[in-house]
Write a protein that binds this ligand. Structure first.
Ligand code: PEP
Ligand code: MG
Length: 317
């Protein structure tokens, strides 16, 4: 019966009392679109464009090839939001022709937006391809940069988008604690934020996301991580702008409710997780989500945060 209920669940993401939380998909390219559409997503919250670049590690894909891949995705979401992340090369996703080979600490080196600002030709070509792919389509295109550290980064990205003639909302991923702490400053330039909780956990706890032995510190239930999520969401809400989550945290149904309680405005995840998140949100009120969020933040460890949220969320209003 549980499986049947999940299978039949569809429609937009919302709490039982009608607080809307758009549920979006994380995709790596056109091949992931059918599963996302089948899950009834309201759009794409994270299009990881680096997969297009990983095919050929020697050079960037041609602008024409990029236009074709982007267009296939945009056509699948006629009226929906599609949030595209510009190339996130380096660290766990090295590219021979862009990533310095001799860095002692690649995760703390030239990666993400830093790489693109060092190779403005690659960034301009990608932004022009996105503009061309969206031309004439009703898709609501939003473009965001990975690894934004400060307002100078945000400004440089917005300026690059303008230079490429891109008419899309521009955003910053919050993956570095400095970006969460100074979210309000970034929002003077960008129009939305998206929390990449995988990297945000890595940089908050100084725990390499590729080292399995440090999984405890990568746990998105860590109260310190929740504090940073709250800081970013509070800043966005104060500025009347959106702040989504596109890291793994959004795929955990109970944590999705906690994130909603912290003020996050959309959740993006792999299509397989979406029915579970939708079903959990649909049986909770916004007040319950807020109570669970407060309980989780008041805990001292990830384990205690999870237990406290579970207890708090089932209370009545
Ligand atoms: C993240 O860091 O949380 C994120 C969504 O980006 P990626 O996992 O691709 O680094
Ligand atoms: Mg990341």
């Amino acid at each position: 019966a549980h499986e049947a209920a999940l299978a039949s669940a569809s429609g937009p993401g919302a709490t039982v009392d009608g607080h809307r939380v758009p549920l979006l998909a994380n995709i790596g390219g056109p091949a992931d679109v059918p599963a996302a559409v089948a899950a009834g997503v309201e759009g794409v919250g994270l299009f990881r464009t680096e997969f297009l670049f990983l095919d050929d590690n020697k050079q960037a894909p041609s602008e024409e090839r990029q236009v074709e891949a982007y267009r296939q995705v945009f056509e699948a979401f006629p009226e929906g939001r599609v949030v595209v992340r510009v190339l996130d090369a380096g660290a766990d996703k090295p590219l021979d022709f862009l990533t310095p080979a001799d860095e002692p600490n690649p995760a703390l080196g030239v990666r993400g937006l830093r790489t693109l600002l060092d190779h403005p030709d690659v960034l301009q070509s990608q932004l022009r391809a996105l503009a061309a792919a969206a031309a004439g389509l009703p898709v609501q295109l939003e473009v965001m940069a990975p690894m934004v550290a400060d307002r100078a980064d945000a400004k440089a990205f917005v300026e690059a988008c303008r230079q490429a003639g891109l008419r899309a909302k521009t955003g910053a991923m919050v993956e570095i604690p400095s970006a969460a702490l100074r979210a309000r400053s970034l929002l003077q330039d960008v129009e939305f934020l998206s929390l990449g909780t995988n990297d945000l956990a890595q940089y908050t706890f100084a725990a390499d996301r590729q080292v399995g032995a440090l999984a405890r510190l990568q746990d998105p239930w860590q109260p310190a991580l929740l504090d940073l999520v709250a800081a970013a969401a509070d800043a966005a809400n104060a500025e009347g702008k959106s702040c989504g989550v596109c890291g793994e945290a959004a795929a955990d149904p109970l944590l999705a409710c906690v994130l909603t309680g912290l003020g996050v405005t959309s959740l993006s995840m792999g299509a397989a997780s979406l029915p579970y998140v939708r079903a959990e949100l649909a049986r909770r009120t916004l007040a319950q989500c807020r109570r669970a969020a407060a309980a989780a933040r008041a805990a001292d460890t990830a384990e205690e945060a999870r237990t406290a949220a579970r207890t708090a969320i089932s209370g009545t209003d």
